[in-house]
Ligand binder design. Structure first.
Ligand code: ADP
Length: 241
């Protein structure tokens, strides 16, 4: 038994060939401990998305290993990987990625239904209430604010009790106050429910909600700060806000 929700061990991912070859991740090793909240930052092109994609099994590294809840996912056949992604990994995106024709409730239970399982109605109700959507279960995405849509996406990601929740710029499309609510919710998922969250963000304010901030540059982790202030983060990023 280990307490790492996700472990990357010497992960290298290269795109293209020859003159156009780009090493998006270069021998990256990092452990995301269970029940922690980590922010991943760095300039555009530094490898943040690739790290998230390799960590969540959406992409495979050329070398190195990725372990999710102790299981090496790098050599899993496609079908087994799809099942593991479905059952153990939650992802939320900047653009929410809800199905417009479905209600909040139907969006939350969609992955469970696609897995041909019966959703636990009590848990769906409880999750929607916990993310502040009580009474709005029957609303479609267009009838919800951006923040509410992201909260539906979080409830959907949490329904399956994933080993890890990856978040790709989850507040990127939200105003500051609404972004705050979403970050508070992710923080609560970690503190009260032992969820593990790994969040890519450009926003130093958003990153202050994390326990630790990783800084990527040219496909490598160049620094890690524990519980930094927004000022420390901005300074580390090079003074840009
Ligand atoms: P970030 O998320 O920090 O902006 P990425 O992980 O998207 O960085 O990209 C890291 C590097 O890999 C960049 O140079 C990018 O151009 C390259 N890259 C990412 N995805 C692809 C791809 N599918 N094909 C070719 N190059 C890619």
């Amino acid at each position: 038994m280990n307490d790492h929700a996700v472990l990357l061990d010497g992960v290298t991912r290269t795109y293209g060939r020859g003159a156009t070859e780009v090493t998006a991740l270069r021998q990256v090793s990092v452990a995301f401990t269970s029940a922690t909240f980590t922010a991943v930052m760095g300039p555009s092109g530094s490898g943040k998305s690739t790290l998230l994609q390799c960590g969540s099994g959406l992409d495979r590294p050329e070398s190195g290993a990725v372990r999710v809840a102790g299981q090496d996912i790098t050599r899993l056949p496609e079908k087994a990987l799809a099942v593991l992604r479905r059952d153990r990994i939650g992802i939320i995106f900047q653009a929410f990625n809800l199905v417009p024709s479905l209600t909040a409730w139907q969006n939350v239970v969609l992955p469970t239904r696609l897995a041909r399982r019966r959703p636990d109605a009590d848990r769906v109700r409880e999750l929607l209430a916990r993310v502040g959507l009580e009474g709005r279960e029957g609303h479609r995405p267009a009838q919800l604010s951006g923040g509410q849509q992201q909260r539906v996406a979080i409830a959907r990601a949490l329904l399956g009790r994933p080993a890890v929740l990856f978040a790709d710029e989850p507040t990127g499309a939200l105003d500051r106050a609404t972004g705050h609510e979403v970050l508070a919710l992710l923080r609560e998922a970690v503190d009260r429910f032992g969820q593990t969250v790994v969040m890519v963000t450009h926003d130093p304010e958003a990153a202050t909600w994390a326990d630790a901030v990783l800084f990527l540059r040219d496909g490598q982790i160049v620094d890690t700060l524990a519980r930094p202030s927004a000022e420390q983060i901005s300074a580390r990023l090079g003074g840009r806000r």
